[in-house]
Design a protein around this ligand. Structure first.
Ligand SMILES: Cc1cc2nc3c(=O)[nH]c(=O)nc-3n(C[C@H](O)[C@H](O)[C@H](O)COP(=O)(O)OP(=O)(O)OC[C@H]3O[C@@H](n4cnc5c(N)ncnc54)[C@H](O)[C@@H]3O)c2cc1C
Length: 589
């Protein structure tokens, strides 16, 4: 059974990040720590009692396709109806469209609860959220009026429709064709891998589709964004006839079986009716607005599954009896130091990933709402830097965490009945969709570090160093936790100098080590936030109990001693590893 880590979430939100201070900004005037805590309590109840019981059966049954549409596994439709009637879809949406604005870090915490209890389920609200966000920022007033209230409430769902067989990471190859017709367009093309592209939850689905207006320039500069409703919407908001959008099939896949991954055909005869969002040829730019929110969301859902895998493994380790000390009774495997090492690796990496994700979320809020323009710009630069790190480092780490969960179970982990394998299968997609790890690393070193020559990264490094140096070893927080974090920051600093140098002078060299560099960034940022957490826990001024604070200190120390030393290897790879990749010619790998 899933147990929402409410005490940990409260600690990160209130004690580590001081989320309640956002109430000083008019946008969050109604927010305070009590509001946050009660939202989390209710979300935890929903996750534990509604979503968690459907996770395993949903995996076993999967979604069903027929030529008439897709039906979801038993219980999902009812769970979604309750999700909507309880108002969960509105959380985090602009109040102008019936939503409730909350700090992004709190939104991350709520998403964690959905993702940990049922990743397949979570994907649909998450994508709707992204579509709503894109329309809030780029849609016309008429489009917002027609589509947003029903999408924001969850009465209709939204999708993100980019991928085509020849256009995966390389979206410049999108071929879906848009032909102008009066005040709208006719769309023709096939899209693949569309999450929740068809389902039986709602009367309508609003697809946000990338296509190319006839005569548009080739490549990424000729792509536009369109709204394509599954069912046409009359000017008064009522539903009209069926649009030309068909789900041709759904994929049979490794995990997230309850989430339908659809092949969608747009336009069989006259073409699907489509409405241009914003200006022609700026579609990819608009889609990035959705992608940034979605990338943070994927970073959250990945460690959420990792936390679920940890809980499962810890429970198993407390009950499975194997081995006995000389002359003693047979003991639960958690008594074996190596099993504890595995569990602590899972726990500490999950806590580090959570802290990095919430911190990135908070930067988005500061970028949007801080009263000072310079502070807004600095926060935006930091959020932009951190998003690919959260997306890629968190997801790669969560894959390792879930795999360790299987190892803790021994052979039983490999058998489906225990449920440990589902986490490995489900979390596997997170390093792939919303841009693979390789694409995130390209984004980090090309767009984020290349453009400002490392300025945002160096500002982050300087802040980490300053804060760590100011941490006094006190109480139970050993100085070695802080020292290890500081040493890792120094390794990141020298590796980033070397990388920033090659981004300009020899981009191929930088690309050859971009993923190790991204991992180094995530690892070190996590180390900084865990060391800070340990110092806060050692002061013990918050609302948590002594056991919780002690555990926080131990986990941070474990991370410093067992996980952070990977920084030495990663920094070495970044500084010395490029040539060994580049000398392997493509045809000789
Ligand atoms: C379950 C599932 C759900 C999905 N949901 C959606 C959805 O809702 N909407 C949607 O539009 N798409 C969706 N996708 C598609 C997903 O976003 C793509 O699969 C992903 O972007 C990768 O594209 P690709 O599969 O074509 O792989 P490719 O682009 O062919 O990549 C293959 C490998 O090459 C590497 N690679 C490619 N280009 C580069 C480069 N320039 N530099 C370095 N490495 C590179 C990649 O990192 C990867 O390791 C989904 C996919 C799956 C499997």
């Amino acid at each position: 059974m899933y147990r929402a880590p409410l005490e940990e979430l409260r600690f990160v939100l209130e004690e580590l990040l001081g989320t309640g201070q956002l109430a000083a900004y008019p946008a969050f005037a109604d927010y305070n720590d009590e509001v946050g805590a009660s939202i989390l309590q209710e979300a935890a109840r929903f996750a534990q009692t509604v979503l968690d019981p459907l996770n395993r059966p949903g995996d076993e049954e999967g979604a069903h396709w027929t030529p008439d549409g897709v039906s979801t596994p038993k219980g999902f439709k009812e769970a979604y109806a309750k999700f909507v009637s309880d108002g969960w879809q509105q959380l985090g949406t602009d109040p102008r469209f019936g939503g409730q604005r909350v700090p992004a870090a709190l939104n991350c915490a709520v998403q964690e609860l959905w993702g940990a209890s049922n990743l397949s389920f979570e994907l649909c609200p998450m994508l709707t959220h992204g579509a709503v966000h894109a329309l809030e920022l780029c849609g016309s007033e008429a489009q917002q009026k027609l589509f947003l209230p029903k999408m924001a409430s969850g009465e209709w769902t939204g999708t993100m429709v980019l991928t085509e067989p020849q256009a995966g990471s390389d979206l410049g190859q999108v071929r879906t064709r848009a032909v102008p017709e009066g005040d709208h367009y006719r769309l023709f093309g096939q899209k693949i891998f569309i999450t929740w592209g068809e389902h039986d939850y709602t009367d309508n689905i609003i697809h946000m589709v990338l296509g190319r207006i006839e005569g548009a320039p080739a490549g990424v500069k000729g792509i536009s964004l369109f709204i394509v409703p599954k069912v046409l919407v009359n000017p008064d908001g009522s539903l009209g006839g069926r649009n030309e959008v068909r789900c041709m099939s759904i994929e049979h896949k490794l995990g997230i079986h309850a989430s339908p991954t659809c092949v969608l055909q747009f336009g069989q005869e006259r073409g699907a009716t489509a409405y241009l969002v914003g200006e022609p040829n700026r579609g990819l730019e608009y889609m990035f607005i959705m992608m940034n929110t979605a990338r943070l969301g994927v970073g959250v859902q990945s460690y959420a599954v990792g936390d679920r895998a940890f809980q499962h493994a810890a429970e198993y380790a407390r009950t499975r009896l194997q081995g006995k000390p000389a002359g003693g009774e047979r003991l639960p495997i958690i008594h074996h130091p190596d099993v504890r090492r595995m569990l602590l690796t899972m726990k500490s990496c999950t806590e580090a990933s959570r802290a990095v994700a919430f911190y990135a979320g908070q930067q988005l809020d500061l970028a949007a709402y801080h009263p000072d323009a310079a502070a807004r710009a600095a926060a935006q630069a930091r959020a932009d830097l951190l998003i690919p790190i959260v997306k890629a480092w968190n997801t790669e780490t969560a894959n390792e965490v879930a795999a360790i969960g299987v190892q803790v179970h021994g052979g039983m982990g490999f058998i489906e009945e225990t449920g440990a394998a589902q986490y490995v299968r489900d979390v596997r997609i997170t390093t792939i969709y919303e841009g693979t790890t390789g694409i995130q690393a390209n984004d980090l070193i090309g767009r984020k570090i290349g453009r400002d020559r490392g300025a945002a990264l160096h500002a982050l490094i300087a802040d980490m160093r300053r804060e760590l140096e100011a941490l006094e070893p006190r109480g139970d927080m050993p100085g070695e936790t802080r020292d290890a974090a500081l040493q890792a920051v120094s390794l990141l600093e020298s590796a980033s100098r070397s990388l920033v140098g090659s981004v300009a002078a020899a981009p191929e060299r930088a690309l050859a080590v971009s993923v190790p560099f991204l991992k180094l960034c995530g690892l070190v940022t996590g180390g900084w936030l865990l060391a800070k957490s340990a110092a806060i826990a050692a002061a013990g001024r918050g609302a948590a109990g002594k056991d919780f604070y002690q555990s926080k200190i131990r986990t941070a120390r474990f991370y410093a001693k067992h996980v952070l030393p990977q920084a030495i290897g990663l920094a070495k790879v970044v500084e010395e590893g490029a040539a060994s990749v580049l000398e392997a010619e493509p045809e000789r790998v």
